[in-house]
Design a protein around this ligand. Structure first.
Ligand SMILES: Cc1cc2nc3c(=O)[nH]c(=O)nc-3n(C[C@H](O)[C@H](O)[C@H](O)COP(=O)(O)OP(=O)(O)OC[C@H]3O[C@@H](n4cnc5c(N)ncnc54)[C@H](O)[C@@H]3O)c2cc1C
Length: 525
């Protein structure tokens, strides 16, 4: 995938051209794409395969925060917070059209909260140092009500304002893929790794299958990186001798639910953070692309569904707690979309019972076979995780030494000053590529309109030509985020998107599977 567009057949052909890759990466979420970009930026030859779509797994289902993790500070994990604050700055600077500073307000309903949380946040500022986004401020109750119109005024004492960042996760992932491609990597979505190539107990490549054509090919590599998110154990399990017992799992998945409601519940551009709900959990209400995201939960789950659905208690928790802090309590019928992601938490003790006891840091494991597995961490730290992976590959002699730091200031495709992500989606999300977008047919034909933005015919064409979109879902879930913002509206657009995509991809597309998916994003348990 080149910034200027390269067709899928061309990428498949390039995948087959090379006899040996320096690095083959399995998994096209934040982690795998980060590794592919870092390696390509250091001049290594890289191929990445993603079984579904870029970011279709956990990486499109985040709370959309680029953050140091205030709550990890409360747990005393200063190292984790300092690293994330460093990465927060890099993430915002390298793609300002899709990642920006976001002011937060913590409202206080008890006399001690303002001072208690404010002091912790001053430490947060100090850890960010020169990379801080703005100073923490104590607010009176009038100040909170001004910055957070919609907040519950009853019993409000005051609050604290502090800064973090927010982003469009799926579009950020696409930019990582496209920037890696611009650096020579071959990155292919809808192409799964189905087998590991092993010789004398060493992994030396993978077999991959194109989901569209069914064609298979083998990719030989000096180093294979397993970045399959919560699915890493499936690939690890292929890395064992016939008859050997299954490997004990590395990941304990924990699901997080988000509900999206209209912006009227939290007008304005500040996010609301409740650090401790009645039962001790964290709750966010975040303005995002013209709507408000409410979330999230942290519920252990044994299966690894591609489209996990919420449990009734999770929906009840979010609505109940949001209703305590917002003047208008959102009701079930106000929910425009519900989406769920699986956190790849790393287990150290073989017991997945309590996910809060599991590690929120990432883990890199180099198996006896040389298979490198990376999982855990968070979106914000994807770049540091990538550097860590490459360091481990080099330390194990899988790759020759090349210095780190190639991506610290590497601007992603289209990087240009952006506008607030609280506003509805539009051409501003294309950064410097907005000019290219406007040259495509249908730049002024809007399929869906919100404010001065929405989804235009040209955006669908751009998705097919330049962003490797292959299906209605690829367009409506991850190039445009309409499925996440308003699932009913996304379903309504499916036939129109199918027609435009059919023209671009020269094949028929059936809207029915996407309509069924969108129906499940509208349904609350
Ligand atoms: C509810 C929730 C909220 C979160 N909020 C935030 C937040 O606000 N900020 C933040 O920094 N972090 C957040 N996180 C964490 C962050 O989203 C994850 O850490 C990150 O997205 C994980 O990325 P990943 O690439 O490891 O996994 P994934 O995104 O799941 O990527 C793994 C990919 O591997 C692919 N794959 C699997 N098997 C194969 C195979 N055999 N062949 C090819 N491909 C394969 C999958 O299809 C998938 O796309 C949140 C997580 C959750 C669950």
């Amino acid at each position: 995938m080149k910034p200027a567009g390269e067709d899928r057949a061309g990428r498949w052909a390039r995948l087959n051209e090379r006899r040996e890759w320096d690095l083959v990466v399995v998994g096209g979420g934040a982690t795998g794409l980060g590794v592919a970009l870092d390696a390509a930026a250091r001049g290594f030859s890289v191929a990445l395969v993603e079984s579904h779509d870029f970011a279709q797994g956990t990486s499109s289902r985040a709370t959309k925060l680029v953050h140091g993790g205030v709550r990890y500070l409360a747990q005393g994990n200063v190292h984790l917070v300092r690293e994330a604050l460093h990465e927060r700055a890099a993430m915002l600077a390298n793609a300002p059209h899709v990642a920006q500073p976001l002011p937060f307000v913590m409202p206080g309903y008890h006399w001690w909260e303002r001072g208690f949380y404010g002091t912790g946040l001053k430490l947060y500022d100090a850890l960010a140092g020169s990379r801080g986004l703005g100073a923490t401020e104590w607010l009176g109750s009038a100040g909170v009500r001004t910055l957070l119109p919609g907040v519950q005024p009853r019993g409000l004492w005051g609050g604290v304002k502090y800064w973090d960042g927010q982003f469009d996760d799926a579009r950020y992932a696409l930019l990582l893929a496209r920037t890696a491609a611009a650096r020579g990597a071959v990155v292919l979505n809808h192409c799964a790794a189905t087998e590991l190539l092993r010789r004398d107990g060493r992994v030396h490549g993978v077999v991959v299958r194109d989901a569209e054509t069914g064609a298979e090919t083998t990719l030989s590599a000096r180093c294979v990186v397993n970045a399959a998110g919560v699915w890493v154990d499936m690939l690890r399990d292929l890395d064992r001798d016939a008859g050997a017992p299954p490997r004990s799992p590395l990941v304990a998945p924990s699901q997080g639910v988000h509900l999206v409601v209209d912006r009227r519940f939290l007008p304005g551009t500040h996010a609301l953070l409740v650090p401790k709900t009645t039962d001790g959990r964290v709750l966010f209400a975040v303005p995002w692309l013209g709507k408000t995201i409410l979330g999230t939960t942290d519920t252990p789950r044994a299966d690894l569904a591609r489209e996990p659905r919420p449990f009734p208690a999770e929906v009840d928790f979010i609505l109940r707690e949001a209703g305590r802090y917002l003047q208008q309590a959102p009701r079930r019928e106000d929910v425009r979309s519900v989406w769920v992601g699986l956190r790849p938490l790393v287990r150290h003790d073989g017991d997945a019972g309590d996910t809060k006891a599991l590690s929120r840091e990432h883990t890199v494991l180099v198996g006896g076979s040389g298979l490198v597995t990376v999982t855990g961490g968070k979106w914000t730290t994807y770049r540091a995780m990538a550097e860590d992976v490459l360091e481990r590959c080099m330390a194990h002699g899988l790759l020759p030494r090349r210095p780190a730091g190639a991506t610290t200031r590497l601007q992603l495709v289209g990087a240009a000053p952006g506008r607030s992500l609280a506003l509805p989606p539009g051409e501003h999300l294309y950064g410097s590529e907005a000019a290219l977008l406007r040259t495509l047919p249908g730049a002024d034909r809007w399929l869906w309109r919100d404010g001065d933005g929405g989804l235009s015919e040209a955006m669908v064409r751009f998705a097919a030509r330049h962003e490797a979109a292959r299906s209605i879902e690829d367009v409506l879930a991850r190039r445009s985020r309409l499925l996440f913002l308003d699932a009913a509206e996304a379903a309504r657009l499916a036939p129109a998107v199918a027609t435009i995509l059919a023209d671009e991809l020269e094949r028929e597309l059936d809207p029915a599977p996407f309509e069924a998916l969108a129906a499940s994003y509208q349904r609350l348990p």
